[in-house]
Write a protein that binds this ligand. Structure first.
Ligand SMILES: Cc1cc2nc3c(=O)[nH]c(=O)nc-3n(C[C@H](O)[C@H](O)[C@H](O)COP(=O)(O)O)c2cc1C
Length: 266
């Protein structure tokens, strides 16, 4: 439910809001008339704010926001496809981190960017945990290892930990996790999209990252870890990355990958 106001004196009848709205909030009776709210439009609105971003004359406000609250694209242009493909190919899982801590301001810049990652029905359910500082990361890694100690067939991992290595977080000075309530309909997908968006932006900042799969897996089962993280019983971690300044893996080439498997149906 949103509060929507259409200024019919400003509306230039371009119909862009009608085309952009995924929830059919807007309509008009004829091309000559200004846009009006469709029946139950305000109830259906998912507050994606597409309408106020696309309206060329600032004729709509949604929950007191209007076009004047929308920034223009940076530099006014889309980035070039070659640059995006290069970023996808250059991002690597990094497992050698330097002792230099990640600046809070860099993490804040990354968190700011992921506000624009898509979520199902624009529900924006994703919340973030930043475990920053090697001391806390090692403490958390120890909890993950404790959970593994009760399993068979993980001796290699346990031996590595006992030798002072870090098979869980690979020596990273920071761990980032995305979580939400387990009853959120697209919890895993929304969190994963947000985290991969964070990941590509981190790569563009030349920071090192690696998905923390062992941690995600154990955190979903171990209430002690969730308690340590301050999560409530109904909240669950769905995505996590190690994060740090790169300490020794400096790639100049792209690792080869097999051809994609695809079926075209047309
Ligand atoms: C869901 C997921 C979980 C992962 N978990 C771990 C992990 O716990 N530890 C690790 O070192 N790498 C982990 N990785 C990194 C993969 O091993 C890595 O993405 C893969 O080998 C390809 O390398 P690249 O990321 O450099 O292209 C994980 C990757 C994904 C997508």
């Amino acid at each position: 439910m949103s509060e929507i106001v259409i200024n019919k004196f400003k509306c230039v009848r371009c119909g862009q809001c009608i085309l952009a709205c995924p929830a059919r909030v807007y309509t008009r009776n004829s091309p000559l008339e200004s846009t009006v709210l469709a029946k139950d439009g305000e109830e259906r609105c998912i507050a994606c704010n597409h309408c106020i971003a696309i309206c060329p004359v600032n004729a709509i406000s949604v929950n007191s926001l209007d076009s004047s609250d929308c920034d223009f694209f940076t530099d006014g242009v889309y980035p070039r496809l070659e640059h995006i493909i290069s970023l996808v190919q250059m991002r690597r899982s990094i497992r050698t981190y330097s002792n230099v801590p990640v600046d809070d301001s860099q993490i804040e810049q990354l968190l700011n960017a992921v506000r624009w990652a898509p979520t199902a029905k624009n529900r924006l359910p994703v919340k973030w945990l930043i475990i920053n500082g090697r001391k806390k990361v090692v403490e958390l890694g120890g909890l993950v290892i404790n959970w593994f100690r009760r399993l068979k067939g993980v001796d290699e991992m346990l031996d590595a930990w006992d030798l002072g290595l870090d098979p869980i977080f690979r020596g990273a000075p920071c761990v980032v996790a995305a979580y939400t309530t387990a009853d959120s309909p697209w919890a895993a997908v929304d969190c994963s999209i947000a985290m991969q968006t964070f990941d590509y932006c981190a790569a563009a900042m030349r920071l090192g990252t690696c998905w923390a799969g062992y941690f995600i897996n154990v955190a979903q089962k171990d209430m002690e870890i969730n308690k340590w993280l301050g999560l409530s019983r109904d909240e669950e971690i769905y995505a996590s990355l190690m994060l740090g300044n790169i300490g020794g893996e400096f790639y100049q080439k792209i690792p080869p990958r097999p051809e994609i498997k695809v079926k075209w149906i047309q």
